[in-house]
Structure formats: C-alpha cells, structure tokens
Design a protein around this ligand. Structure first.
Ligand SMILES: [Cu+2]
Length: 552
C-alpha cells in the first residue's frame, strides 16, 4: 500500500503540526498558530477508557412506511469534556451533550426515527471561511444537518449538505434499517462548515445488529468494545484549537493534524480486560489523519469486518491502516497475556493501553473460521462504467486551493445518475499526490482493484497508460465498503448496486477539509432513463497540477 512522503510526514504525529506550520511559512502568510499543548508531558494511562451512553427512544411514532417505530430525540449542545485527568474541561459540541454522542443500538429490519435538534450556540467556536461555497457570510454562522454514514436511508433523511438548519430548529429523519449488521456512525454534514462541526465533536456511533451476526456468537456485552479514534489540537488552556491559514478572510487549511489522539474522547486511556478474545470495533473519526494501528508487543490480531459488515473469514494482521470514516471490526486475543500491559499504537504514538487481568477468564471467546459470505458483484452485471478524476489545484507557489471530483464544482450539473437497482463500476482516477478516502452515500460497494498509471501522460492526452498490473483489494478490504482509499497515481475501481431509494445523494472525499472545499458532488438515483439530464460536460478546466486557479 503506497503512502507518499508528504502523507507520511503529515501523519507522523508530533511532527505534523510543526512541519505543516514551517512548510507553509515559506509559501503563505504566517499561519496564526496559537501555542499548542504538548501532549508528551501528560501522564499515560491514568483514565479508564470511557463508554458513551446508549441512546434511548422517548416514544413510538408512525414511520413513512406505516409501521410504529421507536422515536428518539437527540439534542446537539455545547458541553464540557474531560479529555484527560490532568486537563481542564474542554468546551466541545456533542450530540446528547457528549463526545462521542450516544450510541444507537438498532436491529436490521427494525426502522427508527430520530429528531435531531440543533440546540447549539449562535456563534461558532472556529473561524469560518466565507469564501467556501455554501459558507457565505449571509448564512447563519452555526448550521447543522445529520448524516448517518453507511445508512441506506431515503434522500430526505440522508443529511443532504444543503438541508442544514440553524440553532432552535430540528429535523426528523427516518432510518428503515433494511441492511446487514454493521457499525455505522452519525456526524454533521452541513455545507462548507462540516469540518468545523465534526472537529467540535458532532459524531457518534450507530450499530446495526442482525440474526446472522448473532448466530456467530462473537464476543459481546462487556467483551465488545467500540473505539472511536480521532486527533485534535489543544491550546495551552486545554481548549480545542483549529488552525487558521493566516490568509485574511480565507482561514481554510487543506488538512488538519493534531497531536492529541483521542480514544472515545480520552487521551491515553486504559482498559482492563480479561485474558480472552475481545471484539474491538474501530472508527476513524478524524478530519484528515489516517491511523496505522498496531500492538506495541508486536502481536497480531484479526479483522472480521469492514465498513458495512462481516468479512467471509477472519484476516490476520500485524497492523491496520484506517482512513477517515473507515471502520474495522477486530478480534484481539488477550489469552496467553495474563498480567501484561499492551499498548495500542498509531505508528510511534501511544493511543491506549490494555491491562490484562492475572486471573483466567471464564470463557475464551469465539472467533469462527467462517463469518458471512460476501457474494461478489460481477463486473459483467455493470450497465455503466464511469471515469471520475480526483484533482487538486494549487496556486502558483504550491498552496492547495481546491480539490475537485470529475473536474466539477458542487454547483455544476449532476453528471452521475445511476438507475435504481442497476450495477455500475466507478473508476476513481487519482491525479493528486494524496490518498483520498472516497465515500458514496446510500450504497455499499466492493473494491475491484487498484492499478497505477502515468499521471503525466494522462494530463497530456487524457489516456490511461498503466504502469503495472491491477492488484486486488487487500484481504481485509474484500468486504462491503462505503469508503475506499483512492491512492495517488492509481485508478481505484469499485462496483456498486444502486439500490434502496431514488433521489439525490452525495459522494465525496472524507478528508473533511477537502469535502468542504468542493471535493463533494451530488449524484442522483433515477427510476427511468427519461429522467437522465442531457449529458453535460464537466466544467472545462486545464488538467494541470500546480497551475494557477482562482478559488470560487
Ligand atoms: Cu480528499
């Protein structure tokens, strides 16, 4: 799996902040970096790993399907979070006044409704870039709309970025839950300020369970650990800090990396475990950072599921790469490690510690050799193959200015209109120097393969010259996905059946800074070809990276 030097440096923990600052110092006005907290000085493993509350339904309501379903009411509020024993309370925003927000425990086939209430303050905690599309100064500063990532939900319940509402308002969403067991997550999706709202803390888990999964008797209850990972920067007052570009009136930065790695909202927590198998369900909820997770003792673990469900069989791993929005369902086996303390790391950085009890466990826990079939979507079933570029435009001195999908801005006409229930192959042609985690709303997909190509030749001739044979997805990616890592200089092919509901959805990069700056596009599921708009060529833009382009 290729990682560019730029990515490696950006993700190498403590270096990231200072490096970004010093690199940009040559090419931008000095960024307005406040002094940040050095997390190196904090005591390790003094707080237990927190578990968020389970969301509770207040009532039952009639869903659009006619069925009576549980009805939840969740308020987004400012709240104080204790990120570490030795830090002052940190002001955050949270669903249900917590970060992460309350976890939804749901069953496949049993729908539910949620009233998402915006009870946030009127002023944002971070600087808004009013030059970004959808974040203009005439709009309310604080806006929110909730997307359940991975949900097969109707379009009006999917959290369309323009369906935001200000403080004092709410919206009711219906989640039919007609999908396999998986760990989804919910988060903000408001146009142009999504990165800031999620950074403030607007994220939580949404777990779907079903009988096929239950029959496997996987570790459950206190042996099943949801783990939400993200990174943040804190200032010397222990408050969240989101850096500013230093450009007057245009504070947007292309990525953000923090030195405070939070696990379920805590810095360096520990978890007491028994010497047995645990199911650890990891979400990367960071804005920009990928996580490369491993155990400090060099031990291996198994991955049993991807974003949207179980793998056919467990895959043994020594390390796990997880891009923003991806989830991994893991089995850690602590039997044979009684009395040990095992640290979970991201690269060289400590994330959390497992403290294995001395006493033997009553049960060893189960990890079946066979999990759940993942029937391959046949390429021959595809009725369309789309060629979709990922492009980054820099200014004349190399500052990242805007990222586009398919050469198109958000406001350009819709170019992707799959027919309901049809199968399509999407070729993600990455012309940039970065890997981008690409997320499609509504559907689950499979990764077909990745193949490196000559980027320069493509820019000259718009023809793909492949440099090596295609490689299949890694074994731990060969399940149902909703987010895929599109590597630089590589065509990543995915295949999806566009089932569920007709209507307007979005697909986008899940690096939140990119998503907020045009790396998001609407797409529309249609029920008849007569609905297809006349093919409109995407905005004609020069295929040059490093050329000058004005930010819209
Ligand atoms: Cu991106």
């Amino acid at each position: 799996m290729p990682i560019t030097r730029r990515e490696f440096l950006k993700n190498s923990g403590l270096l990231g902040v200072a490096l970004t600052a010093s690199m940009r110092a040559f090419i931008r006005p000095a960024p307005k970096f406040r002094p940040t907290l050095n997390t190196d000085g904090l005591a390790r493993f003094v707080d237990p790993l927190p578990f968020t509350a389970i969301a509770r339904a207040d009532a039952r309501r009639k869903a659009p399907s006619g069925a009576e379903v549980p009805f939840y009411r969740i308020e987004m509020r400012a709240c104080d979070a204790r990120l570490h024993r030795d830090l002052k309370p940190t002001r955050m925003w949270g669903y249900g006044s917590s970060f992460p927000g309350p976890t939804f425990e749901t069953r496949s086939g049993e729908g539910l409704m949620v009233e998402w209430v915006n009870a946030l303050p009127d002023k944002h905690v971070f600087p808004i870039d009013h030059k970004l599309h959808g974040a203009e100064a005439i709009l309310p500063e604080v806006r929110s709309v909730v997307h359940v990532h991975g949900a097969k939900a109707p379009p009006d319940s999917d959290g369309y970025p323009e369906n935001w509402y200000p403080p004092g308002k709410s919206a009711v969403a219906w989640y039919p839950n007609q999908q396999d067991a998986a760990m989804l997550w919910y988060h903000d999706h408001a146009m142009g300020i999504n990165r800031l709202n999620i950074y403030a803390g607007l994220a939580g888990l949404f777990i779907v369970r079903d009988d096929a999964e239950a029959a496997l008797n996987l570790p459950s209850g206190k042996y099943e650990i949801p783990l939400v990972l993200c990174d943040r920067l804190l200032d010397r007052e222990h408050q969240l800090y989101y850096p500013d570009s230093g450009i007057p009136g245009a504070p947007w930065i292309p990525e953000v990396y923090g030195n405070a790695i939070l696990a379920n909202g805590k810095l360096f927590p520990y978890l007491e475990v028994e010497p047995r198998k645990y199911r650890i369900r990891v979400l990367n909820a960071a804005n920009s950072r990928f996580f490369s997770l491993s155990l400090a003792n060099g031990g291996s673990f198994h991955q049993i599921g991807t974003d949207l469900g179980l793998l056919p069989a467990p895959v043994e791993l020594k390390s796990l790469l997880l891009y923003p929005a991806e989830r991994a369902d893991l089995i850690f086996d602590f039997s044979g490690h009684a009395g040990e303390r095992i640290v979970l790391k991201h690269q060289a950085l400590e994330v959390m510690q497992f403290r294995v009890a001395h006493d033997p466990a009553k049960e060893p826990g189960v990890m079946p050799a066979k999990l759940r079939p993942v029937p391959k979507l046949a390429e021959s079933a595809a009725v369309a193959t789309r060629m979709l570029t990922l492009i980054e435009y820099d200014d004349y001195v190399g500052n990242s200015m805007v990222m586009l999908l398919n050469g198109s801005h958000w406001r350009d006409p819709i170019t992707e209109q799959p027919l309901l229930n049809s199968v399509e192959i999407w070729n993600l042609i990455n012309l940039t120097e970065d890997a981008h985690p690409i997320h499609l709303h509504l559907v689950r997909f499979q990764i077909l393969d990745r193949r490196p190509f000559d980027v320069f030749a493509y820019q000259q001739t718009r023809t793909l010259h492949f440099l090596a044979p295609a490689t299949p997805p890694d074994p731990n990616e060969a399940g149902w996905k909703d987010t895929v890592r599109a590597d630089p200089g590589v065509v990543t092919r995915i295949i999806a059946r566009f089932e569920g509901f007709p209507g307007r959805y979005v697909w986008h990069c899940h690096l939140l800074e990119h998503e907020d700056n045009e790396m998001m596009r609407p797409y529309e599921v249609i029920t008849s070809v007569s609905q297809r708009v006349a093919a409109v060529a995407p905005a004609q833009v020069p295929f040059c990276i490093g050329g000058s382009i004005a930010r819209r």
